[in-house]
Design a protein around this ligand. Structure first.
Ligand code: ZN
Length: 384
């Protein structure tokens, strides 16, 4: 039987950067599972270049626990790696390679633990879910979530192994990324009032976003479990204009909302739309009737906040040996599972301090902790 290190070595060797196919990795996992007598269901994307894998062991029926991870990794382009990113290297108790922490280390531990789950009958079903395209907006998992939502046999609890240094995590903020295109009207800058300056109207919208952000930061709305303890809004990209002596007809900017699970980020977008409709468009159209402001969603995923007293949180505390729960700054697929009626918590080996960076690593000690955590889960799920 292969241990978690040996399995991680196999998984790291597949370049599953989100833009690439993940099918070679999925085939490898499917073959490994088949070798243990476990059947896999693959859910492909439309182009059949990527797939989610779903497998289950134990008794049939609803309930039980799902172990979930994403197979894709972020690019290594432009990063100063001193070790090969797609080949596992061991240095002083650390295993280096793209995805070791985020989050093939967890998947390797899950696969290595399966013989334990198979040793004796389980009293609950165990599900395994491996997704694609998590790093580009939690896109791939959505088809699997829909299948689970529609199934009477969906698991009750999902454990996502994103890197938390094996600490129990109950939540994170949600995110909405939006694009705004302002279409004005160009003219010679000497006649500026005859044009519709798209940059200046975009600036008004961005200023309005700033005011919404300030309101969201109101201390009355704080939730100290999160850092920062309030929802935030920021504009991160802007482009517009061709020359100083031309009134710019076009301006585009991208903004994002990082929302506490209690706040709805779509609310920010609708408020900005309403402001554009009521305050800006009438003035723009008075000069040029073709003026327009278009909003489009770039990506979004919901926040997650599982109750400390829930079954999912209690199980996580049992596995971790304490209930010192926290939240993380990064997003996960957890909010999507949660919306489908699967209570979700997060715990996995390695740290996001290493995730997405050159020379990403997970320590052997973290893998061992995860192996032990999974052994406790196997014990908990065993038929007495
Ligand atoms: Zn991740």
């Amino acid at each position: 039987m292969l241990d978690s290190r040996a399995l991680l070595e196999k998984l790291i060797a597949f370049d599953t950067t989100s833009r690439e196919s993940n099918l070679a990795l999925i085939d490898c996992v499917r073959d490994y599972l088949a070798g243990l007598g476990i059947a896999s269901v693959l859910i492909f994307n439309d182009e059949r270049t990527k797939a989610n894998l779903h497998a289950r062991v134990g008794p049939p029926g609803p309930g039980g626990v799902m172990l979930s991870g994403h197979s894709d990794v972020v690019p290594v382009d432009g990063q100063a790696w001193t070790l090969p990113p797609f080949q596992l290297s061991e240095r002083e108790g650390r295993l280096y390679g793209r995805g070791t922490a985020d989050m093939k280390g967890f998947i390797a531990c899950v696969l290595a633990s399966l013989p334990r789950f198979l040793e004796q009958p389980l009293r609950l079903p165990l599900h395994i879910a491996i997704s694609y395209d998590e790093e580009v907006g939690c896109l791939g998992v959505r088809s699997l979530v829909e299948q689970l939502r529609a199934s009477p046999d969906r698991p009750a609890i999902c454990l996502i192994g994103e890197p938390t240094d094996m600490r129990p995590v109950l939540g994170h903020k949600g995110k909405l990324a939006m694009r705004c295109d302002v279409h004005g009207a160009a003219c010679h800058s000497a006649y500026a009032p005859l044009g519709v300056n798209a940059i200046e109207y975009a600036a008004r919208l961005i200023g309005q976003l700033g005011e919404i952000g300030q309101r969201l930061a109101d201390p009355d709305r704080h939730d100290e479990r999160f850092d920062p303890p309030y929802s935030t809004v920021q504009t991160g990209l802007i482009q517009g204009g061709r020359a100083l002596n031309i009134v710019p007809a076009e301006c585009r900017f991208d903004f994002e909302v990082r929302a506490l699970p209690a706040d709805d980020p779509q609310q920010v977008a609708s408020e900005l739309r309403a402001y554009a409709e009521a305050e800006l468009l009438p003035r723009m159209r008075a000069v040029d009737p073709h003026s327009a402001i278009h909003f489009s969603e770039l990506s979004s995923y919901p926040g997650l906040l599982t109750e400390p007293g829930s079954d999912a949180a209690r199980l996580l505390a049992l596995l971790c040996g304490h209930e010192d729960f926290s939240t993380v700054a990064f997003g996960t697929e957890g909010g999507l599972f949660d919306e489908a009626g699967i209570a979700t918590v997060i715990c996995g080996p390695g740290s996001m301090d290493q995730g997405h960076k050159p020379d990403e690593f997970v320590s052997l000690e973290q893998l061992a902790q995860c192996d032990a955590w999974l052994a406790r889960l196997a014990g908990w799920m065993r038929l007495a």
